[in-house]
Design a protein around this ligand. Structure first.
Ligand code: ATP
Length: 372
């Protein structure tokens, strides 16, 4: 393994009650957030949720209306961008077209008056696997290669934190997936803290150790990707990260560690610990289940005794290669999505067929029915 150019030099980022208002509009509500040193952190949300504004306040490109930004324990709120140990990679790579790749990467060193740049630039080009391209101009590279140059250029001055603002937004899907893995590898190798802004949930989940899901200028939930996916805390998170079936239900009783529910006229059983908003008979909640946790059976087929089940009719079936995605109509409940991996079917699971959707109750998460 080659020596990393600057391994282990990541800094932590602390935002304390930071907010941004434009006139009477609040783009970011007072926000407390800690990004651990050396982590890959994603700010994820739909357009307009305030993620770029948050990133720009960390960079110093935007003055916060309230609150402070700390980098490695130092309050940098009043410092201009160039005095913070951060650097930003933007979606439009903004490479210098008249300079070759080597000089684009060397730029930050030369500006600081450093004469012998060769070793550092070559190390950095190796890191992004563009060594052989050193003498090409940006326009002679692919989009993905140009983005890697932009990353190398941003890393050359050893920032403690690298901020990435939709850096892969201009790339096509396949290249974007490659670059996601590539950026993750680079981050692991250099050990610098990465804060990555994206609207793409798959991108955030692929790359980040921790994801902050933003909505309407607030962080709705923060956690490891798998945790957010398995235990979404709000309907927004449940629907923004993948697809969720949210079934309106009411508590009818408690049995040991389980809550007993009624949805339409069907009885369901779910773990009480996964339903923090409902405890007593009569409480209402949304019972959430991911489509891939459900399976379909013919009404005459055996279903595991302990499984929850809802009867319905297939409205639509779409074969998408890795799975078949069914849409069911369930009287009293509404539409349910069910993704089946098993494509070797007997021909009975076609639109119009009556079926039973069933799932292990342990895969159910409960959400507050009263939230908006
Ligand atoms: P996108 O992915 O579209 O960039 P975003 O989540 O990054 O979205 P921001 O760019 O942070 O969103 O913007 C948050 C909100 O603040 C938006 O509603 C935007 O219109 C508003 N906003 C941003 N900059 C300004 C400004 N200079 N003046 C007024 N409103 C602004």
């Amino acid at each position: 393994k080659t020596a990393s150019p600057q391994s282990g030099s990541g800094g932590d980022v602390r935002l304390r009650r930071i907010s941004k208002t434009y006139g009477s509009f609040t783009a970011v509500h007072p926000l407390d957030l800690t990004v651990p040193a050396g982590s890959f952190f994603a700010l994820l949300g739909a357009s307009g949720c305030g993620k770029t504004t948050t990133l720009r306040m960390i960079a110093g490109l935007e003055d916060p209306s309230t609150g402070t930004v700390e980098l490695s324990g130092e309050d940098v709120t009043a410092l201009p961008p160039y005095k913070r140990h951060v650097n930003t990679v933007f979606q439009n790579y903004a490479l210098f077209p008249h300079l070759d790749i080597f000089e684009n990467v060397a730029f930050g060193l030369r500006r600081r008056g450093i004469k012998s740049v060769k070793k550092q630039v070559e190390e950095m080009l190796d890191l992004v696997q563009l060594g052989p391209m050193a003498r090409r101009r940006p326009q002679q590279l692919s989009g993905g290669q140009q983005q890697r140059v932009a990353v190398a250029r941003a890393l050359i001055n050893h920032p403690q934190v690298l901020l990435l603002d939709e850096p892969l937004g201009a790339l096509d899907l396949k290249l974007r997936r490659q670059m996601q893995l590539e950026l993750k590898r680079i981050q692991t190798e250099v050990g610098i803290t990465f804060v990555h802004v994206t609207h793409d949930q798959e991108e955030a989940m692929t790359m980040a150790d921790t994801v902050a899901v933003m909505n309407g200028g607030r962080v709705e939930q923060l956690g490891a990707p798998a945790d957010l996916y398995e235990n979404p805390a709000t309907t927004f998170v449940a629907n923004f990260l993948g697809t969720s079936n949210l079934i309106e239900a009411e508590v009818t009783g408690v049995d040991g560690d389980d809550l007993l529910l009624r949805a339409a006229d069907r009885a369901l059983r779910v773990p009480a610990r996964r339903c923090p908003h409902a405890a007593r008979t009569g409480d209402k909640l949304l019972a959430g289940v991911r489509p891939e946790k459900m399976a379909l059976a013919h009404p005459d087929d055996a279903v595991p005794e302990a499984h929850n089940r809802l009867s319905g009719r297939i409205k639509d079936a779409a074969f998408i290669g890795v799975s078949t995605q069914y849409l069911l109509d369930v009287p009293g409940v509404g539409e349910l999505a069910v993704y089946e991996q098993n494509i070797a079917r007997d021909g009975r699971l076609v639109p119009g067929a009556d079926v039973v959707a069933h799932w292990n109750g342990a895969h159910t998460f409960g959400l507050d029915a009263a939230q908006d």
